[in-house]
Design a binder for this molecule. Structure first.
Ligand SMILES: Cc1cc2nc3c(=O)[nH]c(=O)nc-3n(C[C@H](O)[C@H](O)[C@H](O)COP(=O)(O)OP(=O)(O)OC[C@H]3O[C@@H](n4cnc5c(N)ncnc54)[C@H](O)[C@@H]3O)c2cc1C
Length: 313
């Protein structure tokens, strides 16, 4: 039987939805017993949220002042100190998991399987390669634990309604001092988070300036959407990097994605493959974004977007 440890992602108060998606992936492994571990300095609130997730057998908390703020270099040795008996260790392929899980794998001396998008067997997984243009099936060795990140856009969060037992443990691990927290720089925004937003409005290079991006913000606010962007828009300084969608940005799966002045390069499209409905606004009817769009508007965004915003307002 598989015994799976899912690493909870949280900010000290709220469990990130990526954890419920990792649990959904873990639940695809036949006859799996799923534990969630919450590492932090005051884990009670987050642990009770994790205990509500369906399919979770047990929540384990590891309290340590050094785990707040969460540094991968400090969390990884604590996880490795408690993995005995587990056949799998799963984390999300978010920035948190991409930072943490390779350290866990390295300390355990195993290879990591990245971006699991479907479970074909207890040691057989599918994952995208070449910016999502091909899918490869990976067989993991069965003689040591599987360490994997889960492609959260491929999974729906498990429902809540469980009341799994919560158990507090302490672990004996040497925590390194070579990495220290300096500062967290994050864009303050009241808009929905890209990872969880049901609707996302994204702008590309065609916006041509930071000021013009107001058009995107206005439309997004009118329909209660999160704001995304192409890498070209980020590189040009129109928007902050955390808005970037795509291979080297965020992989998202909103119900509605509106791409405005974005050409549809494969590196961008790989970030929105799992979106429900894709709407594209582009003045070039040959733009590749129209190949994947469910609805397309050919025309000048500077004319279309204000009209659309007014119509929806
Ligand atoms: C390793 C690697 C990783 C990458 N990762 C990412 C990633 O994560 N995310 C990402 O987005 N890109 C990524 N890129 C970059 C990617 O290849 C493209 O360069 C980028 O997505 C282009 O951004 P864009 O569509 O905004 O700009 P462009 O390709 O310049 O497209 C602008 C579009 O706007 C249209 N347009 C112009 N004016 C108007 C107007 N007035 N009205 C309507 N439409 C108009 C044009 O017809 C064009 O289609 C990556 C590249 C590499 C090599």
């Amino acid at each position: 039987m598989a015994k799976i440890l899912v690493i909870a992602e949280h900010d000290g108060k709220t469990l990130n939805p990526s954890t419920a998606k990792c649990v959904a992936c873990a639940a695809q492994v036949e006859a799996a017993e799923i534990d969630v571990v919450v590492l932090g300095s005051d884990t009670g609130t987050v642990a009770s949220q994790a205990a509500e997730l369906k399919s979770v057998a047990r929540v384990v908390t590891v309290d340590n002042e050094r785990s707040d703020p969460a540094l991968a270099a400090v969390l990884a040795p604590q996880i490795v100190a408690m993995v005995d008996g587990y056949s799998h260790v799963f984390g999300p392929s978010t920035a948190f998991g991409k930072d943490l899980m390779p350290r866990v794998a390295a300390l355990m001396g195993v290879n990591q399987i990245s971006d699991v998008m479907s479970v074909e067997g207890s040691h057989r997984f599918k994952r995208p390669i070449y910016a999502g243009n091909a899918v490869v099936t990976v067989n993991a060795p069965t003689d040591h634990p599987v360490v994997a990140t889960v492609r959260t856009a491929s999974y729906q969060a498990v429902d809540i309604g469980n009341s799994a037992p919560v158990e507090s443990i302490s672990v004996d691990a040497d925590l390194p001092s070579h990495t220290r927290f300096v500062e967290l720089q994050t864009g303050a925004s009241d808009r929905p988070d890209l990872q969880t937003a049901a609707r996302v409005v994204s702008g590309g290079r065609a916006l041509a300036s930071k000021d013009n991006f107001e058009l995107i913000y206005k439309l997004a606010d009118t329909i209660g959407a999160g704001v995304g962007s192409s890498r070209a828009a980020v590189d040009a300084g129109y928007v902050p990097p955390e808005t970037q969608v795509g291979q080297t940005g965020q992989i998202i799966a909103p119900d509605l994605y509106i791409a405005i002045g974005i050409s549809g390069a494969i590196q961008h499209v790989t970030g929105i493959k799992d979106a429900g409905t894709i709407v594209a606004i582009n003045k070039d009817e040959e733009a590749p974004i129209f190949e994947i769009a469910d609805l397309g508007l050919v025309g000048d965004l500077f004319a279309i977007v204000p009209e659309l915003t007014e119509a929806l307002g």
